[in-house]
Design a protein. Structure first.
Length: 133
């Protein structure tokens, strides 16, 4: 990738960070500052020739939020997700309205995805859930 294209991608990522959607802001509140499972997430991060919404490099996890415009971008999203997966990342996609209306479910799906690929991060069951003596 040429220097001008990389500079343009970085500028675009910076602009996206300062103009997040309500759904991105809402999810970012829970992911930022190691609040979610003690993991470090970044937002609007350039990856190859793409910019991902949220990424946890340590867990090789990318989270994408889609608004109505993504219904017309199915081919682009498929190509993009295929490339991201080829780089060793798991890609989770949620609709903006899921984040706004079912945030607990979205966070639980993210937690389950991380726990299934890294069982050591899964919290120990409490005695109330049958995991104790």
């Amino acid at each position: 990738m040429g220097k001008n294209k990389m500079t343009s991608l970085l500028d675009n990522a910076k602009t996206l960070r300062s103009h997040q959607t309500d759904a991105e802001n809402r999810l970012w509140y829970h992911l930022r500052a190691n609040r979610f499972m003690g993991l470090k997430f970044k937002r609007q991060k350039p990856m190859g020739s793409y910019i991902v919404d949220f990424i946890c490099i340590e867990q090789r996890l990318i989270i994408e939020l889609d608004g109505g415009q993504h219904a017309e971008q199915i081919t682009y999203d498929l190509r993009r997700d295929t490339w991201l997966r080829s780089q060793g990342y798991t890609v989770l996609r949620f609709w903006n309205n899921e984040v706004m209306q079912q945030l607990d479910g979205v966070l639980e799906q993210i937690r389950i995805t991380i726990a299934s690929s890294h069982p050591a991060l899964s919290p120990n069951p409490s005695p109330a859930s049958g995991g104790g003596e």
